[in-house]
Design a binder for this molecule. Structure first.
Ligand SMILES: NC(=O)c1ccc[n+]([C@@H]2O[C@H](COP(=O)([O-])OP(=O)(O)OC[C@H]3O[C@@H](n4cnc5c(N)ncnc54)[C@H](OP(=O)(O)O)[C@@H]3O)[C@@H](O)[C@H]2O)c1
Length: 243
């Protein structure tokens, strides 16, 4: 049976690693048949990734969409439902961060982070949950952050958005438990991805790698449907990077 998986922010970093991990598991287990709906704003990233998944026998569909746009989110879901009839898993991975002193944050920085991390994530979740609630099954996974529980000096607005995402997870669980939908909150510490820009290179030695997050995410999805992995916290072994 096909598993229809919508993955936002698939083009780079952790999202890309999750798509490749699903592909690896399908290769190892021919009875696992994921269909990966790959979403981000950059078509080229998605096409390269979809080709890599397809080369390994996994159906992958690139959908260019900006989750901050409700119209784009709706198109992503309508297109998926139109073609496959259902959604088994939504992975809310798309997220953005701008890191600087609290006193330097602008209204534009604030609106940008909130529109993706909170508004876009909320409305996509709402749309997909309404489908899962009716069919009484499904799995919604959030790639949140350690910054959803811990403050870092340069992450004031990013932290606000991730603390807020934890609020959504908690509220969603109240509904999800009543209808057999699983909700998993993944809170990673520092991961070496393009999100860190140039400073990533300097800190690489004390960071996790995207595949370190992807493995536990796919493991959580592959648990029997009677079991939900509610939280996954992953940190570099040496602890958080303070910035
Ligand atoms: N890296 C870390 O240390 C770390 C730690 C904890 C949690 N996280 C969280 O993990 C998630 C992934 O982060 P990452 O480090 O992999 O980031 P990344 O390397 O910057 O990749 C983010 C991906 O999301 C896409 N994206 C961004 N905004 C989008 C939007 N509005 N609509 C659709 N796609 C969008 C980006 O592609 P386009 O720009 O082409 O759209 C890109 O493919 C984020 O939610 C982040 O907050 C990261």
């Amino acid at each position: 049976m096909k598993n229809i998986i919508v993955l936002t922010g698939a083009g780079k970093g952790i999202g890309r690693a999750i798509a490749l991990e699903f592909t690896k598991r399908a290769r190892e287990n021919p009875s696992f048949d994921p269909v990966l709906i790959l979403c981000s704003r950059t078509s080229r990233d998605l096409e390269t990734l979809a080709e890599a998944c397809s080369a390994d026998g996994v159906e992958a569909v690139p959908v260019v969409a900006d989750i901050a746009s409700l119209a784009d989110g709706e198109r992503l879901i309508e297109q998926t439902l139109g073609k496959y009839g259902t959604i088994d898993c939504l992975i809310n991975n798309a997220g953005v961060g701008r890191f600087k002193n609290l006193t330097d944050m602008t209204e534009e920085d604030f609106d940008y982070m909130m529109s993706v991390n909170l508004k876009g994530t909320f409305f996509l979740t709402q749309r997909v949950f309404s489908v899962m609630e009716k069919r009484r099954s499904g799995h919604i996974i959030f790639i949140s952050s350690i910054a959803a529980e811990t403050a870092f000096r340069s992450s004031s607005v990013y932290s606000m958005s991730k603390f807020g995402q934890n609020g959504l997870v908690a509220a969603l669980r109240l509904y999800a438990r009543e209808c057999g939908v699983r909700v998993t909150n993944v809170m990673p510490g520092a991961v070496y991805t393009p999100m860190w820009g140039a400073s990533g290179e300097e800190l690489k030695q004390v960071m996790m790698m995207p595949e370190d997050i992807a493995g536990p995410v796919v493991d959580a999805y592959l648990q029997p449907s009677r079991t939900v992995v509610e939280e996954i916290v992953l940190r570099p072994t040496g602890g958080d990077i303070n910035s």
